[in-house]
Write a protein that binds this ligand. Structure first.
Ligand code: UDP
Ligand code: MG
Length: 241
C-alpha cells in the first residue's frame, strides 16, 4: 500500500546533503530542490553539511541560508568524510521523512517524488538503483565487487548499482541512530537495521563540476572499514588461524 499524496504532503521532509567541494553547483541544487519540493506541496528543510572542502561552498551555503531559513547550513572543522557529515545532519533532522542524496547533482532532485511515493506505513526505506550510472569504469568495478563481497559475507542481498540517494521514515532514522557506532558507515548500517524496503530505479547524471571527492585510497578505506565493521570476516579469519 502506498501513502496517498495528501497524507504524504502533510509530512515534513528533511533533505540531507553532505557538501565537499561542490560549491559550483550549490545554487542550481538549491533551486531544483526548492522547485521540486514546493511544487509537490511539501514542507521541507535542507540540511547541508560542508565537510571541510577547499572551495567556496561554505560562503555560498551561508548566502543561500541567509535568503531561505529552510536551509540549515553546518560546517565540520576539517574534512571528516561523507559519513561523518551525514551523521552531523542526521542529528539535526526535524522532519517525518528523510531524503539522503549527494550534493553534486548526480542524484536528480526531480526524482525525490518517485522515492517518496513508495514510502508507506509498511515500507520504511526506499533505496535508489542507479540507471546508466555515470561512474568511471574502475569505480563501477570496485563498487560492484564490494557489493558482491558484502552480500556474500553478510548473507544479505545488496542490489547492484544501489545509490546513496534514498528516502526513509523518522522511525527508520531513529533505529539507525540508536546504534552506538562511532565510525558509522550508513550504507551497511541501513541494510543491517531491518525494516521493509523497496527500490526505485532512477537516472544518475554526470558530475556537474569538479572531480570526485573520493580518491582511490578513500574508496578503499571505506570498503575495508565496511567489511571489518559489518561482517564476520575478521572473526572467521581469526578462528581459522
Ligand atoms: N563527500 C563528503 N566528504 C568527502 C567526500 C565526499 O561530504 O570527503 C560528499 C560529496 O560532496 C557528495 C557525496 O559525499 O555529496 C558523494 O561524493 P562524490 O560525489 O564525490 O562521490 P562519487 O560520486 O565520485 O562516488
Ligand atoms: Mg558524485
Amino acid at each position: 500500500m502506498t501513502t496517498s499524496p495528501g497524507a504524504a504532503q502533510s509530512k515534513r521532509v528533511s533533505v540531507v546533503l553532505p557538501v565537499y567541494n561542490t560549491g559550483g553547483c550549490l545554487r542550481e541544487l538549491y533551486q531544483r530542490l526548492k522547485t521540486t519540493l514546493e511544487s509537490a506541496g511539501y514542507d521541507f528543510e535542507l540540511l547541508m553539511v560542508e565537510d571541510g572542502g577547499r572551495d567556496n561552498a561554505w560562503e555560498i551555503l551561508n548566502e543561500l541560508a541567509a535568503r531561505d531559513t529552510r536551509i540549515k547550513a553546518m560546517q565540520l572543522s576539517r574534512n571528516f568524510g561523507q559519513h561523518p557529515a551525514i551523521a552531523a545532519a542526521f542529528e539535526n533532522v526535524t522532519g517525518d521523512i528523510v531524503i539522503l542524496m549527494d550534493a553534486d547533482l548526480q542524484d536528480r532532485p526531480e526524482d525525490i517524488p518517485l522515492l517518496l511515493a513508495k514510502l508507506s506505513k509498511d515500507i520504511h526505506i526506499v533505496f535508489s538503483i542507479k540507471q546508466g550510472s555515470q561512474e568511471s569504469f574502475s569505480t563501477r568495478l570496485t563498487s560492484r565487487l564490494y557489493h558482491y563481497v558484502f552480500s556474500k559475507l553478510t548473507r544479505t542481498t545488496v542490489p547492484r548499482d544501489i545509490g546513496t540517494f534514498r528516502a526513509f521514515s523518522r522511525e527508520f532514522l531513529d533505529a539507525v541512530m540508536a546504534y552506538p557506532e562511532r565510525n558509522i558507515l550508513f550504507g551497511p548500517l541501513m541494510f543491517h537495521v531491518g525494516f521493509q524496503a523497496e527500490t526505485v530505479t532512477v537516472a544518475h547524471d554526470e558530475r556537474k563540476n569538479g572531480k570526485s571527492g573520493y580518491s582511490f585510497s578513500k574508496r578503499l578505506k571505506l570498503a575495508l572499514d565496511s567489511i571489518l565493521s559489518y561482517t564476520d570476516l575478521p572473526h572467521r579469519l581469526l578462528l581459522n588461524a
